[in-house]
Design a binder for this molecule. Structure first.
Ligand code: 3HC
Length: 290
């Protein structure tokens, strides 16, 4: 199946990154947001990221213009009738995702593939509200999407091998390296990442070391690009808590139980870069980028 047109539901941090990499790879992309304000904000994010890529000589001005030409914004679902693949990147709430999948199932051609960028929710459950569970797949991208080379594909209980093959080819066309996971909470990356970042918070709570020293130890001792607290601020403490809670709900395993400090910080609005303060503080400029 030759993919030409891709739809993306949601133009937030992840959605806008997915739009950008698809359009850069040559696909025509239709992105849907709930209202015009959100849509313009999302499209601006794509523009800003492409400007960064241009400034760092990752793309030429011609490529940037051609990429932007391939992107169409909408507040409707109807334009997805033209798409071969639609990737959902809306908020991490199963009820919202099920509503979106039920609507997409009505609009997208019967041969089309429906994908979700969920980081923790069940692909099989989203597929259950469609008439095409064989054509529903997880496509978990990583933040920042234009920079991170991984695409984690998730095979639901009923996802066909044909759909996995098409999704693999599509991911490769975006220049991503593909890994495949079954529909198990956290898939591969979050299954291992969440206990690690929760343990880092527990170490801080227990006074093992300062957050700066824990970050430095991991960054310099293990060559990670960021220590766990810098990463938590980058991902968003609310997102990390949400994923941890979703995994705890399924596994009932203490390794996924959020430490009180994380929950308190989220309640206090200390969400990381996007709110200006998490474990660290961020100047205005960085806030507006996130
Ligand atoms: N488009 C294209 N390229 C870009 C770009 C853009 N918009 N922005 C930056 N780049 C390129 C830069 O040119 C540079 O390329 P080079 O290495 O060839 O010179 C490279 O990306 C790195 O950029 P910077 O130099 O600006 O920044 P850093 O070196 O400080 O790296 C970072 C920033 C990539 C965010 C790095 O700190 C990192 O990898 N951090 C960890 C991120 C991570 O772990 N993400 C996953 C989070 S988990 C997740 O998303 C899953 C969810 O389910 C929770």
């Amino acid at each position: 199946m030759a993919m030409k047109k891709v739809g993306v539901v949601g133009c937030g941090l992840m959605g806008s990154g997915i739009v950008e990499v698809c359009a850069r790879a040559g696909y025509k992309v239709t992105v849907r947001e709930v209202d015009d304000t959100q849509l313009q904000r999302g499209l601006q994010r794509v523009q800003d990221s492409l400007s960064t890529a241009l400034g760092r000589q990752k793309i030429t001005l011609e490529e940037m213009d051609a990429t932007l030409e391939r992107i169409n914004g909408t507040t409707q679902f109807a334009p997805f009738a033209e798409c071969d693949l639609v990737i959902e990147a809306a908020i991490e709430k199963m009820a919202v995702k099920k509503e979106i999948f039920a609507t997409l199932d009505q609009v997208v051609p019967a041969t089309g593939i429906l994908a979700s960028n969920t980081s923790s929710l069940s692909i099989t459950e989203m597929a259950s509200v469609t008439r095409r569970p064989k054509q529903v797949v997880g496509m978990h991208f990583f933040n920042p999407v234009p920079v991170m080379p991984l695409l984690e594909l998730v095979q639901g209980l009923l996802t066909s091998s044909e759909t996995m093959d098409v999704a693999t080819q599509f991911g490769k066309s975006l220049h991503k390296t593909i890994v495949v996971a079954k529909d198990n909470p956290g898939f591969i990356v979050n299954l291992l990442l969440i206990p690690y970042i929760l343990d880092a918070i527990r170490a801080l709570e227990n006074g093992v070391a300062t957050k700066e020293d824990i970050d430095a130890a991991i960054q310099l001792g293990l060559s990670h690009p960021m220590g766990p607290f810098a990463l938590l601020d980058f991902v968003g403490l609310d997102t990390a808590l949400f994923v941890a809670d979703a995994m705890y709900q399924e596994f009932r395993d203490i390794r996924y139980a959020a430490p009180p400090l994380l929950r308190r910080m989220v309640v206090a609005g200390l969400l990381g870069r996007k709110s200006g303060r998490g474990f660290y503080e961020y100047p205005r400029k960085e806030q507006s980028q996130k």
